[in-house]
Each structure stands twice: as structure tokens, then as C-alpha cells.
Design a protein around this ligand. Structure first.
Ligand code: SF4
Length: 301
């Protein structure tokens, strides 16, 4: 298979019906990420961007990319890694090495220290299916808290096209329109000085292509899968969407574009609860007690 330039192709994009060589593939990904950042005004000159990293392919590519843009736009970049305490999975080694190579400061926060228990210990006491529920709530909380502490203007997370489409469909199926309205390049959350806006520069890059990008750029990443990921609702969504994409190439982009067109009307219909502060931890919450404190209470923490 050859690229239009005559060089050997490294990928055939079924959804576009074209093959790309290494040079044209890397250029194409760069162009899409830049377009996402610029058209959504995600990063402004002089800002400080906290990047949520895990050592995996998506967040490593994101850090590499934002660090490159940082040099051009006078942006300060720092990385945050949340160590959930999953023995067979989480390691700080990859993120640490990449941050060292890029000269980016890395902050590590752990469930054990901040929440009181590792995720492995948490799932011993609850149904394993719930691992992602606990993990997601605690991770978001810790990332936001740390980003605020280091005075970041934005928190960048490595959600790729597949993650974004899974969120869109999962929210539709569950009928969770409030959550659906928050999906997007700039996750829509209520303005509150304690919330750091979350941005997703990779939302238009398919998962397979983030993997190919890091391989071609020789960025060392951890390809291990979380042992709890197979149990989640999201992983069922993933399978369904990948089957559909196989049969109808381009369906992931179609779901994303349709959602982006519907989002403004969706936002108008959603009534946001007034944001107050949690009585326990003083973090912003629409309820008297926030989700983090409710889950901690369930776990006796
Ligand atoms: Fe956490 Fe679930 Fe992701 Fe594993 S798959 S890191 S448990 S959210």
C-alpha cells in the first residue's frame, strides 16, 4: 500500500479511504489536534496547562504535543499523575521518564494518601463492577484539586475519539442529558473558581492512531490495560462502537459531529442545579454532600 506521495504507507484510514506514509500521517494528526485547539480556543498564550498523565499512549501523546505547542505559545506545562493503587497496572515509571525527557514537572497524587485507600483495597469491599465508578469520581476530584493547587488555567486530559464517542453513547443510553451536555473539547462545567476547566485536544484522533503516533515517534508508553476495565459499562460501549465502525467506517466521526451539532440545543434544555460547597470537604457541589464524600462515607473512610 502506498501513500499519495509514493512512499510506503503506515496506515490505511478506512474512514477516509486513503493510505498515509509516516510523514503524512504525523502531519495529518498534528493538523487535526491544532484545529481542535484553535477552533475551540482551548489554549491561550501565556497560560499554565496541567496535563493529566498516566504513562499510557493517549496522555503521553498529549503531554508531548502540549509541550511542543508550549514552546511556541509561551505556555507553562506541568503534569499530574493519579496513582489509583492498582498493583498489576499503575506505574509511574513511564510518565516519570517522559516528563524527565521533556523537562516537565511531574506531580504524583495517590488514592492511598488523599482518599485513604488504594483502588485495589476499595474493590475488595465493593462489587468489582463498581471499580470505575469509584475510580472515576476520585480521579476527577484529585486531578482538579491538584491542578488548582498548582494554579493551572486549564487541565488537559487525553480523551481520544473513541473515549468521546463512548461517553456520548453511554450518556444517551442512560438518559443522562446533564452529563451528555458536558461532553466536548472544552468540558462544560459550571463556572466556579474551584473548578479548573478541562480540555480535550485529542478528541478527534482515533485510539488506534494515538497508538501509532507514539510508536512512530518512539515515545515509550505503557500499553497495559487496567484489570478492571473489562467490567465497565464503557467497555461494552467500546465493543459495540468498534463493531459498528468495522461495518460502517466513519461512524465514530459521524456520532461525534452529530453530537456537536446537537450540543447547543442540549445545553439550553439542561437546568443546572445551583452550585454550592460540600458541607464536608468544601469542594463545589450541587448537593449538600458531594459525590466524593458520599463514596468515602460508604467505604468508611
Ligand atoms: Fe479506573 Fe476503570 Fe480506568 Fe481502571 S478502567 S483506571 S478502574 S476508570
Amino acid at each position: 500500500m502506498k501513500c499519495k506521495c509514493g512512499n510506503k504507507a503506515v496506515i490505511y484510514r478506512k474512514y477516509e479511504g486513503r493510505a498515509l506514509c509516516k510523514k503524512h500521517f504525523l502531519e495529518s494528526v498534528d493538523k487535526i489536534v491544532r484545529r481542535t485547539i484553535n477552533s475551540n480556543n482551548l489554549i491561550r498564550r501565556g497560560e499554565k496547562i496541567a496535563v493529566g498523565v498516566s504513562g499510557g499512549k493517549d496522555s503521553s501523546l498529549l503531554l508531548y504535543y502540549i509541550n511542543n505547542i508550549g514552546r511556541e505559545r509561551d505556555i507553562k506545562v506541568e503534569a499530574i499523575l493519579v496513582d489509583e493503587g492498582i498493583k498489576s497496572y499503575r506505574t509511574v515509571k513511564y510518565a516519570k521518564n517522559l516528563c524527565k525527557k521533556l523537562d516537565v514537572k511531574l506531580h504524583v497524587v495517590s488514592f492511598k494518601k488523599e482518599i485513604g485507600k488504594t483502588l485495589d483495597k476499595i474493590v475488595k469491599n465493593v462489587n468489582e463492577i463498581k471499580a470505575c465508578t469509584y475510580c472515576g469520581v476520585f480521579r476527577r476530584y484529585l486531578l482538579n484539586k491538584k491542578a488548582r493547587e498548582i494554579k493551572a488555567d486549564k487541565l488537559a486530559i487525553g480523551h481520544n475519539l473513541d473515549d468521546e464517542v463512548q461517553s456520548i453513547l453511554a450518556n444517551y443510553i442512560r438518559g443522562d442529558l446533564l452529563r451528555a451536555s458536558r461532553v466536548g473539547a472544552r468540558a462544560w462545567i459550571i463556572r466556579n473558581k474551584k473548578f479548573i476547566p478541562r480540555i480535550k485536544p485529542l478528541r478527534e484522533i482515533p485510539e488506534k492512531e494515538t497508538a501509532l503516533y507514539v510508536l512512530l515517534k518512539k515515545i515509550k508508553v505503557d500499553f497495559k490495560e487496567c484489570p478492571y476495565s473489562g467490567d465497565s459499562f464503557r467497555s461494552d460501549m467500546r465493543e459495540i462502537i468498534n463493531d459498528l465502525e468495522e461495518k460502517y467506517p466513519g461512524i465514530k466521526f459521524s456520532i461525534l459531529r452529530t453530537f456537536d451539532k446537537l450540543k447547543p440545543s442540549l445545553k439550553k434544555q439542561i437546568k443546572m442545579n445551583k452550585i454550592d460547597y460540600c458541607k464536608e470537604c468544601k469542594e463545589p457541589s450541587s448537593q449538600k454532600i458531594c459525590k466524593v464524600c458520599l463514596l468515602k462515607e460508604k467505604l468508611d473512610l
